[in-house]
Design a protein around this ligand. Structure first.
Ligand SMILES: NC(=O)C1=CN([C@@H]2O[C@H](COP(=O)(O)OP(=O)(O)OC[C@H]3O[C@@H](n4cnc5c(N)ncnc54)[C@H](O)[C@@H]3O)[C@@H](O)[C@H]2O)[C@H](O)CC1
Ligand SMILES: [K+]
Length: 480
């Protein structure tokens, strides 16, 4: 089952892999034609009712596969109101080949006639709310008439995000949906054909630019709505927590606070005026700090635990205590990772080990990335947490879903890049599911590294990554 927006991610990933949406539309349109043939006898009257989006575009393709029928193609609205280039190209192709096209300029001009089959291609995954005109009148005519109604992707009026059916939705007799079933379809109690439209499995496995379409920033949002991150780190090292915190800000978090030992607080602050420091006594994290830090962490959307903490016994004991007490979402990195397998926690963790740290946690790894993906998935399921295992192929798994990130390059083996990744993951986990946050973070940080190395060659340092994060996350180029 895929929601409409999940389908959009997969579809954009397919385009990134070289299978553009117009090709998918051709497959979709063909699949609808095959379904029409199973329902219609030769010479039957088949009427296509197309909307102005890509749902309509699918059925404009269908028309070219139905030459043996008595065909009518009705476009709801003027051709210049067609909202996508690919749907318009398919409309133009029908016109040039002199198919029997008609445009319906408003609801009063709609006349369904009395066809044997109606193809409902008014609205698919792009709908919001009840049907407006002229779709509402067209739907009522379909529902009142005797024709068999074949809906394209979803019955027009079914919200593929929530599965909710509008009061004035089309009452379909059959549905041909694409790639995977959609919310609400199983409840309709009509035959649903799931058509393979040639989307490669890789579009769901690999993290590609389509995954970035999950990111959105509400124009009406206030400070804090886009995430508050607490980084607990520092002591023996000061750069690591500063990198993680700055990366979290660059990834879009509103407020990032760094809790660190007091003796290094000034030094960490001196790296950036954007950071808010919350020092605790002494020169390293220890069990007496845990109560206050647990309380502080609970007031944030996510905790990033580990950068620069070191591996002093008292520090690792405190990490265990903090994880045991904390109930929110935490990104666990660096020395803190070793504590995870022995800790009982109700927190939701995103652990970001490289392969050596994974072994240290008791996980197995393999040279072949596919084998590694299987091993990481089993280990994630065993520990009941999300893993982001760093490497030339990043493997991200929550034990059920597994994703693979292929961005990044050998220039990124330098120190500090992991801290940047932890920070970005922490910021994204404020507003995304753990697996999506980890997948997007791995993809984005690798992409920034690729851009830096493309520009300047190797010799990249972790601070080079910070500035490029917003561009990769937000200035994305998508296919229209
Ligand atoms: N995702 C894929 O892999 C593929 C999907 N395909 C098909 O494309 C549609 C989705 O197309 P999209 O252009 O995004 O949206 P729609 O055609 O569903 O509708 C957009 C259109 O509708 C208007 N609108 C929105 N709400 C309403 C309303 N309540 N009443 C009237 N009109 C409304 C809106 O303004 C837009 O103009 C998907 O379902 C598949 O069929 C392709 O096949 C490619 C592969
Ligand atoms: K439809």
């Amino acid at each position: 089952m895929l929601t409409g927006s999940e389908m959009g991610v997969v579809d954009e990933n397919a385009a990134a892999l070289g299978v553009p949406r117009k090709q998918l539309m051709e497959s979709s349109g063909h699949a609808v034609a095959r379904a029409v043939r199973t329902l219609a006898d030769s010479g039957d009257q088949v009427t296509i009712v197309a909307g102005r989006g890509n749902n309509g575009g699918d059925a404009l393709v269908t028309a070219r596969f139905l030459d043996e029928y008595d065909l009518r193609v009705l476009l709801l609205g003027r051709p210049d109101a067609i909202s996508t280039a690919i749907a318009r190209e398919n409309w133009d192709a029908l016109e040039r080949a002199e198919y029997p096209t008609e445009t319906v300029k408003d609801a009063t001009a709609f006349d369904l006639g009395n066809p044997d089959i109606v193809v409902d291609a008014m609205l698919g995954t792009g709908i919001a709310g009840d049907l407006r005109e002229p779709e509402a009148t067209a739907a009522a005519a379909m529902n009142e008439g005797d024709a068999t109604v074949l809906s394209v992707d979803v019955p027009s009026g079914l919200d593929a995000e929530t599965g909710q059916l509008a009061d004035n939705a089309v009452d379909a007799d059959h549905v041909v949906t694409f790639h995977d079933t959609k919310p609400g379809l199983p409840d309709l109690d009509v035959p649903v054909t799931v058509a393979d439209i040639g989307i490669p499995d890789a579009a769901e496995l690999f993290v590609e630019r389509g995954d970035l379409t999950r990111l959105e920033r509400d124009p009406a949002s206030h400070k804090g709505d886009n995430g508050e991150v607490l980084v607990v780190g520092g002591g023996p090292y000061t750069g690591a927590p500063a990198l993680a915190a700055q990366a979290a800000l660059r990834a879009g978090a509103d407020l990032v606070r760094v809790a660190c030992p007091a003796v290094v607080a000034r030094e960490i602050q001196s790296y950036s005026e954007n950071l808010i420091l919350r020092p605790f006594d002494g020169d390293h994290l220890a069990p007496p700090h845990v109560d206050r830090l647990t309380e502080l962490a609970a007031a944030h959307d996510t905790l990033v635990l580990g950068p620069g903490l070191g591996d002093a016994d008292a520090t690792l004991e405190a990490v265990g205590d903090l994880l045991a007490a904390f109930e929110g979402t935490a990104v666990v990195d660096a020395d803190a990772l070793s504590v995870v397998p022995d800790t009982d926690t109700s927190a939701e963790l995103i652990c970001t080990p490289h392969q050596g740290e994974l072994r240290g946690m008791g996980g197995e790894t393999a040279d072949d990335w596919r084998e590694r993906a299987d091993l990481v998935e089993s280990f994630a399921s065993e520990i009941g947490q999300t893993l982001l295992v760093k490497g030339p192929y990043d493997i991200i798994s929550d034990g059920e879903r597994t994703r693979v990130g292929r961005t990044g390059n050998p220039g990124m083996t330098v120190g500090g890049t992991g801290d940047v990744l932890a920070g970005v993951t922490g910021a994204l986990a404020c507003v995304q599911d753990p697996i999506d946050a980890a997948a997007i973070a791995a993809y984005a940080v690798g992409s920034v590294g690729d851009r830096v190395v493309d520009d300047r060659g190797y010799g990249l340092v972790a601070t080079d990554l910070l500035d490029g994060i917003p561009q990769v996350l937000w200035q994305r180029e998508t296919e229209t």
